[in-house]
Design a protein around this ligand. Structure first.
Ligand SMILES: Nc1ncnc2c1ncn2[C@@H]1O[C@H](COP(=O)(O)OP(=O)(O)OP(=O)(O)O)[C@@H](O)[C@H]1O
Ligand SMILES: [Mg+2]
Length: 480
């Protein structure tokens, strides 16, 4: 069924078309001339316009065609602003088809033309083809609408090419059952991508459960994931179901999967293969349907190579890999993100804020080793510190160049090199700790030094343990 507008000055022709098109199941609206047709086109969307070429009045068939194809008469009163409007297909009807007028009409974008007198079959066939074309165009537009040109997918923002690609990928895989491994540097948005996969997909009505594999002590992790039976260990006073069951029908997000112990890796692999879990202390297996999305900022392949991560589990998780590029590789996203965070933090303080041009330039050229999270933190701090409506360069943290620039003039009183160097070192160490919320192991990774070396430096620089509140990690094998 199509909405068809028939435009002809001849009543008999209008009636003939109306009768046979209605018989084919279409909805027909009639107009006597070009002006009348324009009026109707503005008030209602049509799929097809069949118009006579020669009509009295100011607007003939070609004029109407031009008006339609140039967007001059477009139905815009649709709800929710301007949806993707596809202009109607135009079929021209003429008694005197000359090669010229036909060619001119096709050039202007007419779908086809018919010469009078024509058969009912003929017009039905042309309408059928025109509708098929529309369906295709509509489908393509819907696809494109869903991704391209969008600067947001769920809570993810991004207009850069890599982010657009990422949106496309998420749209393709959100409803699959297969595991996904999300990789990317710290602060690139891995958790946000995991949540987007969940909320955009078919599991959105079920629970999204996030668990940080690095934050739960190994001996508790198994019961966290799979649950336990009462009395299975000291403290297990009741039966408890695990996170896998909590995420049944939904998504289980295993963050920092690289931190999972070897023992648990084996157990997780089994669950992924069999889709059944066995609670600690139980002999019974229960079926679960949780989609597993894992994330890591480690190079898992390298971990596999050095024997710290099971290859079979890696391949199970990595059925689809989603890599999020670092922010410095997609600088186009910086202004978009900066403005977003500024609006958000401004709103929290009831203020409407702006970035100065220089401040924006500074952000756009900065490398953001801590990626989006670092940008977010920077702006939160700037909003808290600045009292003016325009955030300037001075409100941003002093970003020291990685290479220390020699000072122009050597101070006559000389310098205390050890102090200069340790101040410099302290600055970077503090920034790394800030960046990681005080987690020293991650700070060490950001600084490219071992955990042990960072601990030594913290002591040497006199940075108190109180400055690293959430630190609770013991050194691992690679710190030796
Ligand atoms: N594309 C984005 N659009 C909007 N906000 C983003 C985007 N990417 C990241 N963020 C924000 O940046 C912060 C860090 O994101 P997220 O926690 O998802 O990163 P991550 O990759 O999981 O980091 P980590 O490796 O440290 O766990 C969050 O506050 C998140 O909301
Ligand atoms: Mg994370």
């Amino acid at each position: 069924m199509a909405e068809i507008l028939v435009v002809d000055d001849e009543q008999s022709m209008r009636e003939f078309l109306a009768i046979c098109l209605r018989r084919s199941g279409h909805k027909i609206t009639l107009a006597e001339n070009g002006e009348d047709a324009m009026e109707r086109l503005r008030n209602q969307p049509f799929d097809i316009v069949i118009t006579d070429l020669r009509m009295p009045g100011n607007i003939d068939g070609l004029g109407l065609l031009t008006a339609i194809k140039s967007g001059h008469v477009r139905y815009t009163a649709a709800p929710n602003g301007t949806p993707s409007i596809i202009d109607p297909e135009v079929l021209l009807v003429t008694a005197y088809a000359t090669a010229d007028t036909a060619l001119a009409a096709m050039k202007q974008g007419a779908y086809d033309y018919l010469t009078k007198p024509f058969q009912v079959d003929e017009i039905n066939a042309v309408i059928g083809r025109a509708l098929e074309k529309r369906a295709l165009v509509e489908e393509n537009l819907a696809l494109r609408d869903r991704v391209a040109g969008r600067v947001r997918l769920a809570n993810l923002l991004g207009k850069s090419r890599p982010m657009q690609k990422l949106f496309e990928l998420i749209t393709k895989i959100h409803s699959a059952r297969t595991s996904v491994l999300i990789t990317g540097e710290s602060g690139t948005g891995k958790e946000l991508v995991a949540r987007a996969l969940h909320t955009e997909g078919l599991r959105a009505n079920h629970t999204f459960v996030a668990v940080n594999c690095g934050a739960i002590p190994d001996d508790l992790m198994e019961s966290e994931l799979f649950g336990h039976k009462r009395g299975s260990f000291t403290g297990a006073v009741t039966d408890k179901s695990g996170l896998f069951q909590e995420a049944d029908g939904g998504t289980l997000f295993l963050d920092e999967i690289g931190e999972l112990s070897m023992g648990l890796q084996v157990k997780l692999l089994r669950v992924l293969q069999e889709r059944r879990v066995k609670a600690v202390g139980s002999t019974e297996e229960v079926e679960v349907d949780a989609r597993v999305i894992a994330a890591t900022n480690r190079d898992l392949e390298a971990e596999v190579a050095r024997g710290a991560f099971r290859a079979d589990l890696y391949y199970r998780l990595n059925v689809i890999e989603v890599w999020i590029p670092p922010l410095r590789h997609r600088r186009e996203d910086i202004p978009l993100l900066a403005e977003h965070f500024l609006r958000r933090f401004g709103a929290e303080h009831g203020r409407s804020l702006q970035l100065s041009t220089e401040a924006m330039r500074k952000l756009e050229t900065y490398d953001f080793p801590g990626n989006v999270r670092e940008l977010e933190n920077m702006l939160e701090r700037a909003v808290a510190l600045s009292s003016s409506a325009v955030i300037g360069v001075s409100d941003l943290p002093p970003v020291k160049a990685p290479r220390s620039e020699p000072v122009a003039e050597f101070p006559t009183e000389g310098v205390d090199l050890d102090r200069v160097l340790s101040d410099f070192e302290r600055g970077w160490v503090m920034r790394a700790l800030e960046q990681t919320g005080g987690v020293r192991k991650r700070a060490a990774a950001l600084l490219g030094i071992s955990f042990r070396s960072l601990r030594y430096r913290l002591e040497k620089l006199g940075i108190e343990k109180g400055d690293a509140p959430t630190d609770d990690e013991a050194p691992t094998e690679d710190d030796k």
